[in-house]
Design a binder for this molecule. Structure first.
Ligand code: UGA
Length: 436
């Protein structure tokens, strides 16, 4: 069996590395030649725990990394994992996926092979049937269901646990017609993940499941964030005790109830906006989804309001941002709330210094010389009027009185409540903890 993966981002490269390390003949394809060269050397283009180990194990077996599309010619399965970024109106940009499937179609035309094409990229319901299927059939002059299989296979992995999630997914969703190709794919996945439930449905439902999943996660986060703002006005109230307790109710569940500065990353914000946009186009009023999105935007304004309350005029104040990655164990700063906060602080003429254990380089690409960078927590806090903890990196748990001793004003804002139980010799404020 030969498997191709097209698009070597988080989803594609994790899948490539896992399949290859398991010994499958695997071909990872990306249009970016430089990226292919780096990956071929066993290096990842982003930080993801355990990814390079799996990649290197795969490279010792039967893995090829290439920018040459024609290499997918004899593959049994072709996974499409290219990005579907957000356009300025909130809808998704299909240009990369259209290009990728057009190239697959052209190769199909020249080959007798009958591969199964699996679409992992997140796309709005109807896209596979109305756009992708048409491109494939037009370019290949062949019929889906007869000459090749086309299956929606949304992905649920999280960055920072991408390898674990790829090896042990909680569910496999297969959308499409119940053809021989579907049967073969079901067999493939039940062998690959013997303990994972497989849901078989149609294309549109599979596409919608992905949005339902991400928007429900975003709803949980905005729910607890709204509660955290209410808690801040109740002296002594603590949002963590509330989430721990309600999380014990099996109907609610404990995950995704950590109050914070709002959800960021390349998926949740984008998928919420895309679903809102799609609902409106379908003449459905997305009241709940819009509220979730608005609460998320408000979180950052709440931070700035509290900051102004404590520091007065922010102009020329030194503020240290601890953590710019959108979550710990990644160097990804895409749609990170910390990045948005820095942009707002710069508009207010604040002197910003940042610290992050992994994401300094990616942050530099955005702000260049406009802010200061430090790889050392103690140094980053020197002469600072305020430290704001944005990402729940393990490193920040070690912050103590000695580390804040050189701050100009000992003011700490902790958006993740990492230091809530420590007795810091500082003015300490946290999201979700009521002020006396
Ligand atoms: C998210 C989903 O969790 C994955 O299931 C999905 O496959 C992925 O998007 C995608 O569509 O590709 P990811 O973007 O890696 O995964 O990030 P999450 O772990 O969901 O975190 C998103 C944001 O929510 C982060 O900024 C995080 O700090 C925040 N968050 C998460 C909270 O503020 N509180 C929580 O309780 C959980």
């Amino acid at each position: 069996m030969k498997i191709a993966i097209i698009g070597l981002g988080f989803v594609g490269l994790s899948l490539t590395a896992v399949l290859a390390s398991k010994g499958y003949k695997t071909i990872g394809v990306d249009v970016d030649k430089l990226k292919c060269d780096i990956i071929s050397q066993g290096n990842s283009t982003f930080f993801e725990p355990n990814l390079e180990n799996k990649l290197r194990a795969g490279l010792k077996k039967d893995l090829i990394i290439t920018n040459n599309f024609s290499m997918i010619k004899n593959c049994d399965y072709v996974f499409v994992t290219v990005g579907t970024p957000q356009k300025s109106n909130g809808s998704i940009d299909l240009s990369m996926i259209k290009k990728a499937v057009a190239s697959i179609g052209e190769i199909l035309q020249q080959s007798k092979n009958k591969p199964i094409i699996l679409i992992k990229s997140t796309v709005i319901p109807g896209t596979i049937q109305n756009v992708i299927l048409r491109i494939l059939e037009n370019k290949s002059h062949k019929k889906a269901g007869k000459d090749f299989g086309l299956i929606s296979n949304p992905e649920f992995l999280q960055e920072s646990s991408a390898i674990k999630d790829t090896i042990y997914p909680h569910v496999v969703v297969l959308g499409g017609y119940k053809t021989k190709f579907m049967k073969k794919t079901e067999e493939f996945f039940s062998k690959l993940h013997p303990k994972t439930p497989i849901i078989i449905t149609n294309h549109q439902t599979a596409e919608m499941i992905k949005y339902a999943n991400n928007s429900f996660l975003a709803t949980k986060i905005s729910f607890i964030n709204q509660l955290s703002t209410i808690c801040q006005n109740i002296p002594g109230a603590n949002v963590d005790d509330i989430s721990t307790t309600i999380g014990l109710d099996p109907r609610i569940g404990k995950k995704f109830l950590n109050a914070g500065p709002g959800y960021g990353g390349s998926c949740l914000p984008k998928d919420m906006k895309a679903l809102i946009n799609f609902a409106k186009q379908s003449k459905v009023d997305p009241t709940l989804l819009q509220a979730v999105d608005k609460i998320n935007e408000n979180q950052i304004n709440n931070i700035i309001i509290r900051l102004k309350n404590k520091l007065g005029k922010l102009e020329s104040k030194n503020v240290t941002i601890l953590g710019t990655a959108f979550k710990p164990n990644t160097d990804d700063v895409r749609e990170s709330i910390a990045i948005e906060l820095i942009k707002k602080l710069l508009k207010l003429k604040v002197n910003v210094t940042i610290h992050d254990p992994k994401a300094i380089n990616n942050t530099k690409e955005i702000f260049e010389e406009k802010i200061n960078y430090s790889g050392n927590i103690l140094q980053s806090l020197r002469d600072s009027h305020c430290a704001i903890i944005m990402t729940q990196w393990k490193e920040y748990e070690s912050i103590n009185n000695n580390m804040i001793k050189n701050m100009k004003k000992k003011l700490v804002f902790d958006t993740r409540r990492i230091l809530a139980k420590k007795k810091l010799n500082a003015d300490y404020y946290a999201i979700g903890i009521g002020e006396d």
